[in-house]
Design a protein around this ligand. Structure first.
Ligand SMILES: Cc1cc2nc3c(=O)[nH]c(=O)nc-3n(C[C@H](O)[C@H](O)[C@H](O)COP(=O)(O)O)c2cc1C
Length: 335
């Protein structure tokens, strides 16, 4: 493939969601191969000391590249962790054949650009069971389980652990300093989470059991609380679907596969008009992550907690930026 064609594929790959929009990836292309590596310069040592969530983010980028290749008529195969001496080299994607893309290939690739993390409350309209079954099958193809949190005792335990983790995080100055270093007020920023992409209100005040991550904790004192209108109807309580995704193992292989599964889940959901936002606070901390395993009797390791639903009419969060392709893609020496 020409370098320009790889640049187009990498541009699609970089639309992948990543923890705090750190975009912790590097790409190197030869004629028939794209190598994807973890970029340790973009690490989150407090929130993600093992790099688990960043490797998941890179796994999403790998699969977005595969989807973009398929829509361009390129069949590819992915080799995970191809270099035993370099565990940051997460995947090699090889083009092995050309084929006429299907309508579904094109539809999925078109969803890459439309997908966004939507943190605003969703409509109360339920996500169809058939779609959840489909997403479960997509995740299963990568060896990942996909489990909607439906039983009330599971929901209570999960909500409790998210709130507990959020409280721990908000009490940790190192976590707050790291978070602030990735929040952006400049709408043209090429990385980090734009303040306009996160709801301005206090996550604890919103009518939902599920607390989204508070990206602007401690900066809200100027937003004077509006006195409640005594005649106003009670706010509608949001009832998103929340799904837990996980793997039997908990190593780099499992993390990349979790990312690839998540990529397919997010794109298929986008095609169906369903949006998502991760709620990973409880998985940041080893203590709350392992309590989630025991409280929900999970076999294996939780990797991702995802809130899903139909976005409210007219809800268009600010788009988060991406670094230019030339900053993340190099030409690798041919073999
Ligand atoms: C592994 C992972 C964990 C994430 N955790 C959270 C989270 O806890 N809360 C949240 O609001 N967004 C979370 N996100 C979403 C990112 O903040 C988001 O993908 C990034 O800011 C880019 O925005 P976009 O998805 O709209 O392109 C997570 C994303 C990934 C890949």
């Amino acid at each position: 493939m020409e370098h320009q064609e790889w640049a187009t594929v990498v541009e699609a790959a970089t639309r992948a969601p990543s923890i705090h929009n750190t975009q912790p990836w590097r790409f190197a292309a030869t004629a028939d191969r794209l190598d994807v590596s973890l970029d340790r310069d973009r690490a989150l040592p407090v929130l993600d000391p093992t790099g688990r969530q960043q490797v998941i983010s890179c796994g999403i980028a790998v699969e977005f590249a595969v989807v973009a290749l398929a829509a361009a008529g390129r069949v590819s195969e992915v080799e995970l962790l191809p270099d035993a001496d370099d565990q940051d080299h997460l995947a090699t994607i090889r083009v092995i054949a050309d084929i006429e893309p299907t309508a579904e290939d094109r539809e999925l690739a078109a969803a890459i650009d439309r997908r966004q993390t939507v943190r605003d409350p969703f409509q109360r309209r339920p996500v169809p069971v058939e779609l959840l079954d489909r997403l479960q099958a997509e995740a299963g193809a990568f060896g990942c389980w996909f489990k909607p949190v439906t039983r009330s005792e599971e929901e209570v335990a999960t909500v409790f652990l998210i709130d507990r983790a959020e409280e721990l995080e908000q009490g940790d100055p190192a976590y707050l300093a790291e978070l602030r270093s990735w929040v952006r007020t400049d709408p043209t920023a090429v990385d980090g989470v734009p303040v306009d992409a996160v709801p301005s209100g206090d996550p604890h005040q919103r009518p939902s059991n599920w607390s989204i991550r508070d990206f602007v904790v401690g900066t809200r004192e100027h937003a004077a609380a509006q006195p409640a209108d005594p005649g106003a109807p009670p706010p509608e309580v949001e009832r998103p679907v929340v799904v837990l995704m996980g793997t039997d193992g908990d190593d780099r292989h499992a993390w990349v596969q979790s990312g690839r599964a998540l990529a397919r889940v997010l794109l298929q959901a986008t095609v169906a008009g369903v949006a998502a936002s991760p709620l990973t606070q409880a998985l940041d901390w080893p203590a709350t992550r392992s309590r989630m395993r025991t409280r929900l009797s999970l076999v294996g390791h939780p990797q991702m907690l995802l809130r899903m639903g139909y976005p409210a009419e007219g809800s268009t969060p600010a788009r988060s930026g991406r670094r230019p392709v030339e900053d993340v893609l190099t030409r690798a020496p041919a073999d």
